[in-house]
Design a binder for this molecule. Sequence first.
Ligand SMILES: *Cc1c(COP(=O)(O)O)cnc(C)c1O
Length: 483
Amino acid sequence: MTLFEKSVAGRSAFSFGFEEDRAVAERYIPEFARAAVKSLPQVAELDLVRHFTNLATMNYSVDTGFYPLGSCTMKYNPKINERMAADPRLTARHPLDDAAGNQGILQMEFELKESLQEITGMDDFTLQPACGAHGELTGMLIIHAYMRDHDAKRTKVLIPDSAHGTNPASASMAGFQVVTVPSNERGGVDMDALDKLMDDTVAAIMLTNPNTVGLFEENITRIAELVHARGGLLYYDGANLNALMGLIRPGDLGFDVVHLNLHKTFATPHGGGGPGAAPVGVKKFLADYLPIPVVVCRGGQYALDENRPHTIGRMSGFYGNTAVLARAYVYIKMMGRDGLLATSRAAVINANYVKALLSPYFPPAYDRPVMHETVLSAKGYDKYGVTLLDIAKRLMDYGYHPPTIYFPHFPPYAEEVMMVEPTESESKETMDSFCDALIKISQEAKENPDLLLSAPHDTVVTRVNETYAARHLITSHRDKKGT
Ligand SMILES: *Cc1c(COP(=O)(O)O)cnc(C)c1O
């Protein structure tokens, strides 16, 4: 039986209803995959509703509780963003309609670009990339293409050892050789090391500021001068922009390319791997390298500009992740200039507040004021036989999503550290209760470590074997018989 006969019988995993879909699928779905299509169980509607509703209640989200997942900026996503993104005037548009038919969407995208330009101090933007890592790849491809045209011996990219893991991955995917720059004892870039590494084979340095341990890069102006003076460019990983809006602009600090994570800073949904959006901004001299098409405004009409002679090509289909862009647009319009400034200020104050409350129990990795997130150490608890993992698991019994722990990009000096990012969304009461829970757990670690070792106790899924899935990979939906 072909896929389509199964489909007609209502038992296919795919439900192609139309002749043209059938033709497309026959062309693109390989024979072996078609033969292996599984039939779905036939259940009553009510059973299905209960199944998914029960699954949904097992979910943890910002809407159900505090989610201080450092690096991820799990801020509240206002419901008005959802309402606007679901407006049929947006959702009923067809991406293949021409620019004249889609003036509203193009205007929204153009105004979003203008706002992002103002917020970052960059000259032009693409809205195509669908997540931070995709934005990084886009930015790195732009720098790669620019260097190919201007200074082809520059084949390396410098990246601090504290960088997010996606940074070296993106630079290397774009064809660069990655060179690690060590951090100094204050958590910033080691300037002597940078001085030695910054030669005429270096295309760019990739930085995030504040950096991944929540610290403002104090030497940023000197770094920009040094790198530019020796012919390199500066790439800004803007995933941490939540600390800086309205205070400082990466464009003014000397960055040539930036990406922003709308799903972090600009309150669009985030989690489960997407959907996201990471617009990439560039200074004027790189604007011809942007992916096509670029949204422009000419004589009051919005259009898609395909004429970028040095373009790196397309990074995603159609207009980018439009519904996510629409949410960020609503958020920015709603907050305004003052609101965004207040947001960053509150995010920084909240992180420092949590740091102050928890420092006596979990010493900070660096004894400096932090920006939007704080890195705290649980090293002292190993003498009770308790690891940071046990502390994080126990926190779930208190009803909190654990902070980020054991992030692969933490440098070796930062063992057993957690990264807490409360964001501006949280009230003093919520942060107080969260800190109380961690302080109680620090007490439990001393008095009753078993309680931590077997945690979590009250969650749907209790303690899991952390390595089993990695050692026993199941990568297909097929059952054991291979059918
Ligand atoms: C989240 C993050 C990224 C990657 O963004 P994704 O959207 O998850 O791909 C890159 N850099 C930093 C500093 C981040 O926090």
